[in-house]
Design a protein around this ligand. Structure first.
Ligand code: F6P
Length: 360
């Protein structure tokens, strides 16, 4: 008999259910008897002992379903050692729930912060296996996270739709894509949809260079332009400020504008009286069914998690490396983000396509 706990933590994404289905199918292949405890709303469920005992049947028919059947919430890693509002020691409570249910392993479907917590629980002596979830694709150590391709698909479709209307009306459109710290979704969706300008947090922009790219298009007789902008895009002036001043400048802009796209409109208005519109697909990027690619990798990730449990190879994060599903120690990935580098070939080749990053 194997007793496995499972939880989905942090911002949701497509293919969380598909991954859990993969884990359970894999466990059913490896073990004759399993008991599955699904913790509700992420780590909160583990802290408060709020769980559902589930059967393999509960994971049937959910490969296409978005969201998570367990619910999710954020339990920030930096607040892990602060007690809950009602005074519970979070780590202690999680360990107690794990021990009370006599779990053999806890499977954590989560992004960076959640895997950091998974690593902490592993260091505290629990058997933990992580599966790399996030639309942002920013987990260090894996080439791909589940959710990313589905989000790229939605952002791309959004920009495609904007393309036709922008062309009809000769407008400049800014499409704001998710990604506060990293620009992977914007980069991929921007290239896929033929955006003219891509602005991401890792490559701070100079507004004069952004305008130069738009002016160049207009001089070529192009009546419209599309900017794909990550929600964390940042100007060169702000990026070079010391940390405290930078945070203050970002907070000041956040108080003045609904989001970064509107700040850009304001800045571009100093150069042109052209019609500039904003579209923000927002959380639609995390919603709906996973695309087939995400269904495939999440199922394989789930199967790998089951194999790690069978081999009692705990403290591991399932990853994709060079097209192979494998695993690395949770500790190797914890606390690091996978950023876009301005030197990545994807950026260099996008520039060859004439896409401006507003930096040169
Ligand atoms: O981490 C996933 C993500 O969707 C980011 O791309 C985005 O910045 C953030 O979560 C939004 O978080 P929330 O749903 O808490 O607003």
């Amino acid at each position: 008999m194997k007793r496995i706990g499972m939880l989905t933590s942090g911002g949701d994404c497509q293919a969380l259910n598909a991954t859990m289905r993969g884990v359970v199918k894999g466990l059913c292949t490896c073990f004759k008897d399993i008991e599955i405890y699904g913790f509700l709303e992420g780590y909160k469920g583990l802290i408060y002992g709020n769980y559902k005992k589930l059967s393999a049947e509960d994971f049937s028919g959910i490969i296409t379903r978005g969201g998570t059947i367990l619910g999710s919430s954020r339990t920030p890693f930096k607040e892990l050692d602060n007690p809950t509002p009602d005074g519970l020691d979070k780590v202690k409570s999680m360990k107690e729930t794990y021990k009370k249910l006599k779990l053999d392993c806890l499977v954590v479907l989560g992004g960076n912060g959640s895997q950091k917590t998974a690593n902490r629980l592993s260091e505290e002596g629990l058997n933990v296996v992580g599966c790399p979830k996030t639309i942002d694709n920013d987990i260090w150590g894996t080439d791909m996270t589940f959710g990313f391709q589905s989000a790229v698909d939605i952002a791309t479709e959004c920009i495609d739709c904007i393309h036709t209307t922008a062309a009809s009306h000769n407008r400049i459109f800014i499409v704001e894509v998710m990604g506060h710290k990293v620009g992977w979704i914007t980069l991929h969706a921007g290239i896929a949809s033929g955006a003219d300008v891509i602005l991401i947090p890792e490559i701070p922009y100079d507004i004069k260079k952004v305008w130069k790219a738009l002016e160049h298009r207009s001089k070529q007789g192009k009546g419209f332009s599309i900017l794909a902008v990550a929600e964390g895009a940042i100007s060169k002036e702000v990026a070079k400020l010391p940390k405290k001043e930078r945070k203050a400048a970002i907070a000041e802009a956040a108080a003045k504008y609904p989001s970064v796209a509107y700040e850009l409109v304001d800045k571009l208005k100093k150069f042109t009286d052209a019609d500039i519109r904003v579209t923000v697909p927002g959380h639609t990027q995390r919603g709906g069914s996973p695309v087939p690619y995400d269904r495939v990798i999440s199922s394989l990730f789930g199967a790998k998690a089951a194999e790690l449990i069978k081999d009692e190879n705990y403290g591991q994060l399932v990853v994709m490396k060079n097209n192979e599903v494998t695993s690395i120690p949770l500790a190797e990935s914890a606390g690091k983000l996978k950023y876009v580098s301005p030197d990545d070939s994807i950026v260099k080749n996008a520039k060859m396509l004439g896409i401006s990053f507003g930096d040169e």
